[in-house]
Design a binder for this molecule. Structure first.
Ligand SMILES: [Zn+2]
Length: 559
């Protein structure tokens, strides 16, 4: 009797087919949802398109798995595939992102804090449904012991058949599918598990080839130009306290659309607006980022290559900070984020994220003002000979980093309420997400204004240049966060705020007038302008400089 209830053991290839069907169907839920919602696939057309895509997708998954999943590691491999597909599906469904090499670079560069911000109950539920349940079922299935030779022949035969079917259907429906993927490029990055496999391979091959490249020195001829007006502050003041101090604030995830100075309906930048009204600050209203993520933008912003050359390039170059340092300036990088992505490696750099300053730090992270708190001490530690010529400081903000926007502003500054106080954005009404985000911009306004106040109090020429690394989606078209491939990223992820404040002593020292910047405030600018403008602002001369990209060259010309 007991034999009747005994489970028949699976042939390994048959169990692999069950996994194939799961991955192709359930595991690609976001892809099928996306196809279903397309305007050109409605009614009967949706069914035929989805039918042929399903045959192609399942055929390719089957071909792929049959080539390398053999009985010895069938179950562990299945669990890895389930995890890959479930987590990729979860992020695609929740945040509208797609999985491409730059998204993987973000994942690889992420730190514990960022992961903690992403862990939510819905994520746990998704992993239970997508990994634990099918994983446990699959793990408990008995598998037949079969001879190697017939198994290999059979499985390779299945692989070939699956490939032929997939290619056949693809050939028949080519017109249809080609136009679909041409019009909706994001679909290509939604196909599990190939999107993840492609991203992982591209990322690691890219990393390995870059790491093997020697570092290329740039701007070897860099030197400081003679100041136009040699002495402003009495000579009795030591040179170290007379030399200019230039601060660059590298913003995080601030989008121009929600920046008060950029015309947003809410005044999210009241303090900066006051500085603008005094005529000391210029806001640039049309600035495009180099990438849609920190990982893609930051190295590009500080590179001399500019977006187009930077992207095609596979060599390792120094950054503008190396050039400034070579010209004799003191350089400092303060980081309240997940690192400088390689651009500050050869200059003094300090991370402030793990500091324990009770006023600004809580639960292992700090508000951006902690950098201002640290600044005097860190400046004093720089080489005095260099400081006597001038100092450039970069402060890398935590800014509006999501999805936990509510953590980016202190309680007393939260003006827009109620705000979404969960990192599971999908659980919050859209206006609460925007409130939390706007509060983070309000805090950036506060941080920048406080930096300006501190700079004003210094008896020396000072300046502040602020630019965000990329924007953010707050639910427009179902998208959240950032990191969309640039070619089809929405403008919210690309259009970034940028501004310059110059102290009166700085204007005097350089012989500039604020109107030369104001004349450019509506000009089309990009992150390509940063490298050259930093050189212009700090008066570093090098053959690398491109005056047409330097915002300050117009000021120098009108002197
Ligand atoms: Zn960023």
């Amino acid at each position: 009797m007991k034999f009747i209830f005994a489970r028949t053991a699976w042939h390994p290839t048959a169990l692999l087919m069950v996994l194939t069907l799961w991955l192709g169907t359930v595991g690609n839920f976001p892809f099928w949802m996306a196809i279903w919602k397309l305007p050109e696939t409605q009614g009967l057309r949706a069914l035929t398109t989805m039918g042929s895509l399903w045959l192609i997708l399942v055929g390719l998954v089957c071909w792929f798995l049959c080539l390398w999943v053999w009985p010895r590691w069938l179950k562990p491999a299945a669990v890895v595939m389930l995890m890959t597909v479930a987590s990729s599906s979860y992020f695609m469904l929740t945040y509208g992102v797609v999985i491409d090499p730059s998204m993987l670079a973000n994942v690889a560069q992420t730190d514990v804090r960022e992961v903690r911000d992403l862990l939510t109950w819905p994520m746990l539920a998704a992993l239970t449904l997508g990994v634990v349940l099918p994983g446990v079922w699959l793990w408990r299935q008995p598998v037949q012991a079969v001879n190697a030779k017939p198994l290999i022949l059979r499985q390779l035969g299945v692989a070939l058949l699956a490939f032929v079917v997939a290619m056949g259907v693809f050939w028949v429906t080519f017109q249809d599918i080609a136009s679909l993927t041409r019009n909706h490029k994001q679909l290509r990055y939604m196909i599990n598990p190939f999107n993840s496999i492609y991203a992982v391979t591209r990322f690691f091959v890219g990393q390995a080839s870059l790491a093997s490249q020697p570092l290329q020195v740039i701007g070897q001829d860099a030197q400081l130009a003679e100041p136009v007006q040699p002495v402003l502050v009495p000579v009795s003041v030591p040179a170290i306290d007379r030399a200019p101090l230039m601060v660059v604030v590298l913003g995080e995830t601030a989008r121009a659309a929600n920046f008060g100075l950029g015309g947003y309906a809410r005044d999210t930048t009241p303090q900066l607006r006051k500085l603008q009204a005094q005529g000391d600050l210029t806001y640039f209203s049309d600035v495009k980022s180099c990438g849609t993520s920190t990982q893609a933008s930051v190295p590009c912003m500080f590179s001399h290559l500019g977006k187009s050359d930077f992207e095609g390039n596979n060599q390792r170059f120094e950054s503008v900070l190396d050039v400034l340092q070579r010209a004799g300036l003191a350089v400092l990088w303060l980081d309240n984020q997940s690192g400088c992505k390689g651009v500050c490696e050869r200059v003094p750099n300090v991370s402030t994220t793990a500091l324990k300053v009770p006023e600004f730090c809580k639960d292992g992270e700090c508000l951006d003002e902690v950098m201002l708190h640290e600044l005097p001490k860190q400046l004093a530690a720089l080489d005095p000979a260099k400081r006597a010529k001038g100092t450039v400081v970069v402060m890398h903000q935590m800014g509006s980093h999501g999805p936990a926007y509510y953590k980016r502003s202190p309680a007393e500054l939260k003006q827009f309420k109620p705000e979404c106080s969960s990192n599971a954005l999908q659980n919050c009404p859209p206006e609460q997400i925007v409130n939390a985000y706007d509060n983070s911009i309000l805090y950036t306004d506060h941080f920048l204004a406080k930096t300006v106040q501190w700079l004003q109090a210094q008896a020396r020429p000072t300046s502040l240049l602020y630019v965000s690394d990329h924007g953010e989606s707050l639910g427009e078209k179902g998208l959240y966060l950032h990191g969309m491939p640039y070619s089809f990223a929405p403008k919210e992820q690309i259009h970034v705020p940028m501004l310059v404040w110059l102290s009166r002593p700085m204007l005097k020292l350089r012989g500039w007038n604020m109107s030369c910047l104001q004349a450019q405030s509506a000009k089309e600018l990009t992150h390509d302008n940063l490298f050259h403008s930093v050189l212009g602002l700090s008066q570093v001369k090098t053959s690398l400089a491109k005056p047409e990209l330097d915002l300050f060259s117009a000021c120098a010309a009108g002197r």
